[in-house]
Design a protein around this ligand. Structure first.
Ligand code: ATP
Length: 348
C-alpha cells in the first residue's frame, strides 16, 4: 500500500490554471476526500494522481517514489468514474474480470475465483450473469468498484461515484464503500462536491477552491475550526461577521460589526496581531445562535422558516444581513434577540 504525495503540483490547460501549487500528503490506508465546488480542480487532481494528466510543474510520489513518466497501468491504481463506464454487452462477471486485463489476480488466485470474491465483497454474488442494464444505478456502481478493486490496487481513486444516484441510495452506497475501504485498508482518494458526504465518509479531507487547497483536516477539525472564510461558508452553514477590533482585554476581544459590539474569546485571537482598528472576521454556526444566550445579543426579524424534519432552519434579517439559526420555535415576522457564547465564535 502506498502513501501518496503531491508536492507543488501545478496544471495549466493553455490559459486555464486548473491546479496552482497543490501540496497534499495522503497516508497509507487513509480515506481522503477532495471536496469543493464545480471547477475547483478536484478531477484534475485525481487524474494527475492516476497519471491521466501530467503536471505542468511539481511532483507526484507514490510511497516516496516520483511517478513522473510512469503510465497509469503501471501505477497500481483502481479508478471509478461517475458514469460507471461498464461495458453494456458484457456480463457483470466479464466486466469485473476486465479489471484484470493489465494485472494478474493477487495471491495466485484464478480469475474466476477473484471475480467471485469481489462480487461477494460488493454484495452482488447472485448477479454475475446479468448485463449492466439489468441492474440498478447503485448496483452498477458496485460492479465498477469491484472491477477497480480486482487487481488489488495500492490506491483507489473515486471520482463522484455516487452523483448519479438518488439521495437515499447514495447514503447506502456510501456506507458500503466505506466498509469495503476499511476492510481492505486501501489508500483511497474520493472526489465529491457534496460537503455533507465529505464529512460523513472521510478520515481526512482537503477543501479546494479555485485550483488551490484551502484546508486539510479531519471532518471535525474542518467543521469546528474552519481556516478560511471559504471553508467556513462551504462546509456546513455559517454566519460570517465582518467587523473591526475595538478593544482587546485579557479574556475577550471586542469587535464592532456595523455598530453592534460583540465579544469573542481571547484565545481565538491569541497569536494574531489584532489591535484596535484592525479588520476581523469571525463565524458562528447556526446551532450556536440562541435566544437564551447571555452574551452577544442582537435583534433580528425572522424572514423564513424551513422545516427540515429533525430540525427547522430559520433565516432572519439583521439590518441588511441575513443570519441563519436553528432554535427556537419561531414564526415568520417574529422579532427575536439572538446571542451566542463568546467561545462559539471562530475567528477566521
Ligand atoms: P467538477 O466538480 O465540475 O467536475 P472539478 O473541481 O473536478 O469540477 P476540474 O474538472 O478539475 O474541476 O477542472 C478545473 C479547471 O480546469 C476548470 O476550470 C476546467 O474548466 C479546467 N479544465 C479541466 N480539464 C480541462 C481540459 N482538458 N482542457 C481545458 N481546461 C480543462
Amino acid at each position: 500500500m502506498a502513501d501518496l504525495e503531491l508536492d507543488g503540483v501545478r496544471k495549466a490547460f493553455d490559459d486555464t490554471v486548473a491546479l496552482d501549487d497543490v501540496t497534499l500528503d495522503i497516508d497509507e490506508g487513509e480515506f481522503f476526500t477532495l471536496v469543493g465546488p464545480s471547477g475547483c480542480g478536484k478531477t484534475t487532481t485525481l487524474r494527475t494522481i492516476a497519471g491521466l494528466e501530467s503536471p505542468t510543474a511539481g511532483t507526484v510520489r507514490f510511497g516516496g517514489e516520483d511517478v513522473a513518466g510512469v503510465p497509469t497501468e503501471d501505477r497500481d491504481v483502481g479508478i471509478v468514474f461517475q458514469n460507471y463506464a461498464l461495458f453494456p454487452h458484457m456480463s457483470v462477471r466479464e466486466n469485473v474480470a476486465y479489471g484484470l486485463q493489465f494485472a494478474d489476480p493477487p495471491d495466485g488466485q484464478s480469475t474466476d475465483g477473484r471475480v467471485s470474491e469481489l462480487l461477494d465483497l460488493v454484495d452482488l454474488s447472485g448477479m454475475g450473469d446479468r448485463e449492466p442494464d439489468q441492474l440498478s444505478g447503485g448496483q452498477q456502481q458496485r460492479v465498477a468498484l469491484a472491477r477497480a478493486l480486482a487487481p488489488a490496487p495500492d490506491v483507489l481513486l473515486l471520482d463522484e461515484p455516487m452523483s448519479a444516484l438518488d439521495a437515499r441510495l447514495r447514503e447506502t452506497l456510501r456506507r458500503q464503500v466505506k466498509r469495503i475501504q476499511t476492510d481492505l485498508g486501501v489508500t483511497t482518494v474520493y472526489v465529491t462536491h457534496d460537503q455533507a458526504e465529505a464529512l460523513a465518509i472521510s478520515d481526512r479531507l482537503a477543501v479546494m477552491s479555485d485550483g488551490g487547497v484551502e484546508q486539510v483536516g479531519t471532518p471535525r477539525e474542518v467543521y469546528e475550526r474552519p481556516a478560511t472564510e471559504f471553508v467556513a461558508s462551504f462546509v456546513g452553514e455559517n454566519n460570517l461577521f465582518r467587523g473591526e477590533v475595538v478593544g482587546r482585554e485579557a479574556e475577550a476581544t471586542a469587535v464592532s460589526v456595523d455598530g453592534t459590539e460583540f465579544r469573542v474569546d481571547a484565545a481565538e485571537v491569541s497569536g494574531r496581531d489584532a489591535t484596535a482598528g484592525d479588520r476581523l472576521t469571525f463565524c458562528v454556526r447556526p446551532e450556536d445562535l440562541t435566544v437564551d444566550a447571555d452574551a452577544n445579543r442582537f435583534e433580528v426579524a425572522v424572514d423564513t422558516a424551513e422545516f427540515l424534519g429533525e430540525t427547522t432552519r430559520y433565516y432572519a434579517d439583521w439590518g441588511d444581513r441575513t443570519v441563519v439559526f436553528r432554535t427556537p420555535d419561531a414564526h415568520d415576522g417574529d422579532a427575536l434577540a439572538l446571542g451566542f457564547d463568546p467561545g462559539d465564535a471562530r475567528v477566521l
